[in-house]
Design a protein around this ligand. Structure first.
Ligand SMILES: [Zn+2]
Length: 430
């Protein structure tokens, strides 16, 4: 990139810092929470704000409510959600031709803020103090979405004409499993690369872990606790299965590694069972979070792909192994259902998009850190369609979905700056 162009973009971004911060505050003020983990959602008002903003800057606008018939042939969609009045918004800026195209994908939905009495400020009334902005979605990921939209705006305002197309996707229902992005993939939105600005603290992340959520429903026989031997305690049976899940995790931790990602984990997230301390419980439901790797490396560094069907089978075999050793569970095997699945994603660490972002991050922020995203995110849907996707955004994932969610404003502006320069380098100047 010509250094004059570079300089004019950086100066413009510096001059418009307040505008960028105010824009982020504006979208935090609009409640766009998902309802019951995405079964429904409040995204409409925020999406019409985004649509008007992008349209006002001359982008071609498409809006669609996700439709199951478009994407139910894909693996890992989330069933049963309503998309009435929950549109995705796509803003397209056409290049002059001959350059690479880029998708900038971010989700507008946030989780419902929890433990409101513990928040220092109203989650929907953003507060700025000492370079930090507090508010729900500031980190996950209205900060990232705003940074991407405004990065493109900065490139345009600096008078740069691009060769490649830029496609801005503001999607619904990422928190409920990612059907919003899946619908756009099914409708054929494609590009030569994609950035998803989930919170990575400006780490450049070409890989993410997969997630399987498993429900195990254990049956027992309810009775009065004083006649315990007449009943079968479903919670105590479930504990045997939980112990084995923990053993499986220990084995995974010891044997499965990836150079960019944390090791695979198995977490017991929820237990429901019993009616009173004085009764033998007749049922126990355990919900388990299984995070797995896109590929594993042996001690010599040899890589092998991980097949999600094999992970499911391995988990089922483990549970059945416990059942086979227990006469009651053998006759009354628990009901297993994988109720959510987010496949992992991975593109080569030396992919041109990774190298482009890394070089610019180094120039602009002084460092380029490459690692992996420990959770699942929409990068997987794009990668499934053959679109190389990199996760790169402001904020620390630890602060997502948590009390006093916040983002560093310097990091937000640095991210915006790196993405603006990436757009120019990736798409090319006409
Ligand atoms: Zn997110």
């Amino acid at each position: 990139m010509n250094s004059d162009v570079k300089q004019s973009i950086s100066s413009l971004i510096q001059a418009k810092r307040h505008h960028y911060i105010n824009f982020l505050k504006d979208i935090i003020r609009i409640n766009s929470t998902v309802i019951r983990h995405g079964l429904d959602g409040n995204e409409a008002e925020a999406q019409s704000f985004i649509m008007e903003y992008l349209a006002g800057r001359g982008l071609e606008i498409h809006t669609h409510e996700p439709e199951y018939k478009n994407f139910e042939m894909f693996p890992a969609y989330s069933p049963g959600h309503s998309y009435k009045n929950r549109p995705n918004v796509v803003g397209i800026s056409k290049g002059s031709g001959g350059g690479r195209s880029l998708i900038l994908n971010g989700h507008i939905d946030t989780m419902e803020p929890q433990y409101l009495d513990q928040w220092t400020h109203d989650p929907f009334d953003p507060v700025e103090k000492n370079g930090i902005l507090w508010g729900v979605g500031s980190c996950d990921m209205k900060g990232g979405l705003a940074a991407m939209m405004l990065a493109h705006e900065a490139v345009t305002e600096a008078g740069v004409k691009l060769k490649g197309d830029v496609i801005i996707e503001s999607v619904v229902d990422e928190e409920g499993g990612g059907n919003g992005t899946l619908d756009l993939c099914a409708r054929g939105y494609k590009a030569d690369g994609a950035i998803i600005a989930e919170p990575t603290e400006l780490h450049i992340q070409p890989a993410s872990r997969g997630v399987l959520l498993l429900e195990i429903e254990v049956e027992g026989r309810a009775t009065h606790a004083s006649l315990k031997w007449e009943g079968v305690n479903a919670i105590e049976k479930a504990i045997c299965i939980i112990q084995d899940m923990r053993e499986m995790e220990r084995e995974w931790l010891a044997t499965r590694t990836h150079p960019l990602l944390p090791r695979p984990t198995v977490g017991i997230g929820q237990i429901e069972g019993g009616v009173a301390g004085s009764a033998v419980p007749g049922t126990c439901i355990v919900r388990v979070d299984i995070k797995y790797l896109p590929s594993v490396y042996d001690l010599k560094g040899n890589r092998s792909d991980v097949d999600s069907e094999e992970i499911r089978k391995e988990v089922i075999d483990r549970v059945m192994g416990v059942c086979n050793a227990d006469p009651w569970l053998c006759e009354h095997p628990p009901k297993l259902s994988f109720y959510q699945h987010c496949i992992p994603h991975e593109i080569p660490g030396d992919h041109l998009l990774v190298k482009t972002i890394a070089a610019l991050a180094k120039q602009i922020t002084g460092e380029a850190r490459i690692s992996g995203f420990p959770a699942g995110c929409d990068a997987r849907h794009l990668a499934m369609q053959g679109i190389p996707a990199v996760i790169f955004g402001p904020g620390n994932l630890q602060h997502a979905h948590s009390v006093d969610e916040h983002v560093s404003l310097d990091e937000y502006i640095r991210c915006l700056n790196v993405i603006a320069h990436t757009i120019v380098d990736w798409c090319g100047v006409a």
